[in-house]
Design a protein around this ligand. Structure first.
Ligand code: UT7
Length: 380
């Protein structure tokens, strides 16, 4: 075998909850308007998990991506799930996905790099493949931020949506689709964006002598939006430029720009700074909001579904988020959906409108979800 081994990208998949919350629904919960949300963020609606779980959506995305790739679970030998909102602290989401898809031969672990998670996962999987350690890898980004949102905080609850996205990668001795990856972190910005709960610094249960009550209530996403915005508009061009340089790719060779879907203004401002035209920007933020680790594969998947991305394509993927973390990858996309060759039905987005009165009604009841920290949208 020749080292390093090339990495082919074979498939992409998605898992989305069925319930939709529109900006109009949110107008009933917090002092906001559709106009404010749409103009400041680009978001018009988002998917929110009711009975769906992080594991369930990750499995849905995995099955979809494997179908696209024409690969069976038993062929996978590495599963990495990027998530900040797993069902459990342990076991890992990756182990539960492994069992569900029959990937009996796979190593499986979760990775946490917030919204940059899928770029980190892509880079880690590529290292394992390029050294010849593993042949076929499944990487998944999944997040259910809705379980950690304060539905009275208009600064955060309007931004996030739930979902999962996945890619399938395979070793190749002749071709390579992952042209470069570039990962960064700056922990001095750790406090700008965080979910204190359910870390051990903010536990659910502990004797009062050990942990004060004040610490035990800090359970929601906390974000200082402005500095995160300012960090992002600088970090995105820096990451893409560095990844292009590492790949030996020039700007004019980039066909599509697939940034983390946090805010359309960040995406367009970064594209402008880079000199990438608007029509190359891939975005589905209007439909799904910020789905954190799922956001890049979900945007990519949507652009394949909509036939925006045409093969062969050179794409710049770029993520940024809590940590702070950021990173980019230059990839080549050549994959065709194997199910279309067989005339099978592909995964489709189904819209089930989620009514605000339903949301309010949910607040009257105890959540059905397992575990004290996991809850549906509520007001406290
Ligand atoms: O994926 C993780 C990474 N996260 C991000 O990338 C988020 C980055 N940050 C952002 O995208 C933006 O900072 C936000 C969308 C969160 C906020 O947009 P902004 O343009 O930075 O607004 P702002 O925070 O400066 O607030 C402007 C005004 C304020 O009112 P005053 O003080 O000017 O009277 C806010 O109170 O808008 C107000 N505001 C709202 N008004 C209506 C804040 N949230 C809302 C809201 N509806 N939902």
């Amino acid at each position: 075998m020749k080292f390093p081994v090339g990495t082919k990208l074979l498939g992409v998949g998605a898992g989305l909850p069925s319930a939709v919350i529109t900006n109009a629904d949110l107008e009933k919960l917090v002092a906001t308007t559709d106009e404010w949300i749409a103009s400041r963020t680009g978001i018009r609606e988002r998917r929110i998990a009711n009975d769906e779980t992080a594991t369930g959506l990750a499995i849905e995305a995995a099955v979809d991506a494997l179908g696209f790739a024409g690969i069976e679970g038993k062929e996978i030998d590495l599963i990495i799930v990027a998530t900040s909102t797993p069902d459990y602290l342990y076991p890992s989401t990756a182990c539960m996905v492994q069992a569900a898809i029959g990937a009996n031969n796979a190593a499986a672990f979760d990775l946490e790099a917030a919204c940059t998670g899928i770029i980190y996962a892509l880079s880690v999987a590529q290292q394992f493949i390029s050294t010849g350690t593993y042949k076929t890898a499944l990487i998944i980004g999944v997040d259910l931020h809705s379980r950690f949102l304060n539905w009275e905080d208009r600064n955060t609850c309007i931004l996030f949506g739930d979902g999962a996205g996945a890619f399938v990668l395979q070793a190749s001795e002749t071709e390579n689709d992952v042209l470069s990856t570039y990962l960064r972190a700056d922990g001095t910005g750790a406090q700008l964006l965080k979910i204190p709960n359910p870390g051990t610094n903010y536990p659910h249960a502990a004797p009062e002598a050990i942990v004060s009550e004040e610490k035990m209530v800090q359970k929601f996403v906390e974000m200082n939006g402005r500095p995160v915005y300012e960090f992002a508009v600088k970090a995105v061009p820096e990451a893409v430029n560095t990844a292009m340089e590492k790949a030996g790719i020039k700007l004019e060779e980039i066909d599509y720009f697939v940034p983390h879907q946090a805010n359309i203004r960040i995406m367009l401002s970064a594209a402008e700074r880079l000199g990438i035209s608007k029509d190359k920007v891939v975005s589905n933020i209007d439909k799904v909001g910020n789905t954190s680790a799922a956001s890049i594969p979900l945007a990519f998947w949507q652009a394949i579904q909509n036939k925006q991305i045409k093969i062969p394509a050179v794409c710049a993927l770029v993520g940024f988020g809590a940590g702070l973390t950021w990173g980019a990858a230059i990839i080549r996309w050549m994959a065709k959906d194997k199910r279309l060759e067989g005339g099978e039905q592909v995964h489709e987005l189904h819209d089930h409108h989620f009514k605000a009165h339903h949301l309010e009604k949910e607040t009257q009841h105890e959540p059905k979800h397992e575990g004290s920290h996991a809850h549906r949208p509520h007001n406290k």
